[in-house]
Design a protein around this ligand. Structure first.
Ligand SMILES: Nc1ncnc2c1ncn2[C@@H]1O[C@H](COP(=O)(O)OP(=O)(O)OP(=O)(O)O)[C@@H](O)[C@H]1O
Ligand SMILES: [Mg+2]
Length: 412
């Protein structure tokens, strides 16, 4: 199959939409050629609640990325989040009946299909079936069984399902812009792709993307995904707490949080009595501001830990916690995390991204960069079927098709 050379990703976040377009080199490394970021409207806790508003925000974000890159987005990898997403670990098994007993790619397909045969309610749709590890004739921990000999092939999978209505609103919104969906990717999986190291995934780690409307959690163990979940609490609640607690309009509370917010009780250089002042002159006590933020952040960190399938943290996640998402920009967050959770905590920023990508080196863009990396890695292995791939074409080619030739060019 011919390798596609351009990939687009759209992160439809609760507070911002981020579109990335990248060229993919022969070695499989994406090089960013266009980024479009704009505030999002019509979304609540990661879900589309107003299709018209959401469409206009996505349109603007895509337009900016297209303008920067001179590519036209015809299809894209798109993130999915929200409380409606559920996950479970499942198991599949098949017999290898051919005479030579050698495991072939077809057997892999069959065993994955057998692991997909979970009972999915009619209002839910399978989003991902991710193989976590294979067992050939009782030999566990096999990552790639192709070529091995055996009578029986087992697979452990992580199965993720989503509510049909919730994803249909997202699909409808994107398609109404003439953009086909290459694949829907669960956002915590995308963020993990951008910020976790292979070592962390192998040893055991929990990743939490604390965004505006949701905190997306993914737990990895022995190199594979083990658990995913979405919490409906994040930066928006922090701002609301400040607004209510200090009697400020929401926008001023948001500004104060970003400008002065910190979760560490050491108010270095600020003086605990010095007021924090907003652009339009609202003044609040700095210590009160930080105390409110800290209380909610502690709660979010504890909620993340409650999502873990096993309370033996030292054995389950020796590599600790990696925090990302826009709210991971809060000053002192990693230190507070280490202090209260008694485990290593670091902030994950998508640094391994090339091209015109300076703006993306911020925890807020982990999902968008992760979607791009996911798209590059899983090219051609679409899990969610959304119709025929239509690819991306350069604007110049499009224009040529429209005006330039007397051929009977058809859009694919
Ligand atoms: N410096 C900062 N300090 C504190 N919070 C910040 C800072 N910068 C951004 N944030 C917060 O990050 C949040 C937005 O994060 P992000 O861009 O990851 O969310 P999103 O992807 O739009 O939403 P979601 O993933 O929840 O749907 C907002 O609540 C914003 O207030
Ligand atoms: Mg997000």
């Amino acid at each position: 199959m011919k390798k596609r050379s351009v990939v687009a990703a759209i992160d439809v976040g609760t507070t911002k939409i981020c579109t990335i377009i990248a060229d993919v080199k022969d070695n499989g490394t994406p090089r960013v050629v266009g980024v479009g970021i704009c505030p999002s409207k019509g979304l609540h806790k990661g879900l589309v609640v107003n299709i018209n508003e959401a469409r206009e925000s996505i349109r603007e974000s895509v337009r900016r990325a297209e303008q920067a890159s001179n590519y036209k987005v015809e299809s894209a990898y798109v993130g999915v989040t929200g409380r409606h997403v559920t996950s479970m670990n499942n198991h599949g098994v098949v017999a290898i009946t051919r005479n030579d007993r050698v495991v072939r790619p077809d057997d892999l397909k069959r065993v994955l299909a057998s692991a997909q045969s979970v009972k999915t309610a009619s209002d839910r749709r399978l989003l991902h079936v991710i193989p976590r590890g294979y067992t050939v004739d009782g030999q566990q921990g096999v990552k790639n069984p192709i070529g091995m000999h055996g009578f029986r092939l087992d697979v452990e999978t992580h199965v993720i399902t989503a509510a049909v209505t919730s994803i249909q609103n997202l699909i409808k919104t994107i398609r109404s812009l003439g953009i086909e969906i290459e694949d829907l990717v669960l956002e915590p999986l995308a963020s993990s792709e951008a910020i976790l190291t292979e070592d962390e995934k192998q040893v055991g780690v929990v990743m939490a993307d604390i965004g505006g409307g949701t905190t997306d959690v993914a737990v990895f163990k022995e190199g594979s995904i083990w658990h995913t979940s979405i919490l409906p609490v994040a930066g928006y609640q922090l701002t609301r707490d400040i607004a209510i607690g200090l009697g400020l309009p929401f926008e001023i509370a948001e500004e104060m949080k970003k400008k002065y917010g910190s979760v560490m009780p050491v108010y270095e250089g600020q003086g605990s009595t010095a007021p924090a002042i907003s652009k339009d002159g609202h003044g609040v006590n700095y210590q009160d501001l930080c105390d409110i933020i800290r209380a909610r952040v502690e709660e979010i960190l504890k909620l993340i830990m409650l999502e873990l399938p096993n309370a033996d943290y030292e054995a389950t996640i020796p590599a600790g916690m990696v925090l990302t998402g826009g709210s991971a920009n809060l000053a002192g967050l990693a230190t507070l995390g280490c202090e209260i959770l008694k485990m290593p905590v670091r902030i994950g920023t998508p640094n391994d991204v090339y091209g015109i990508a300076d703006v993306l080196r911020d925890p807020a863009y982990s999902t968008a960069v992760g979607l791009l990396l996911w798209g590059t890695k899983h090219d051609g292995k679409k899990q969610w079927k959304s119709g025929p791939f239509s690819g991306l074409t350069q604007l110049a080619t499009q224009l040529k098709k429209l005006f330039g030739s007397n051929n009977n060019n058809k859009q694919s």
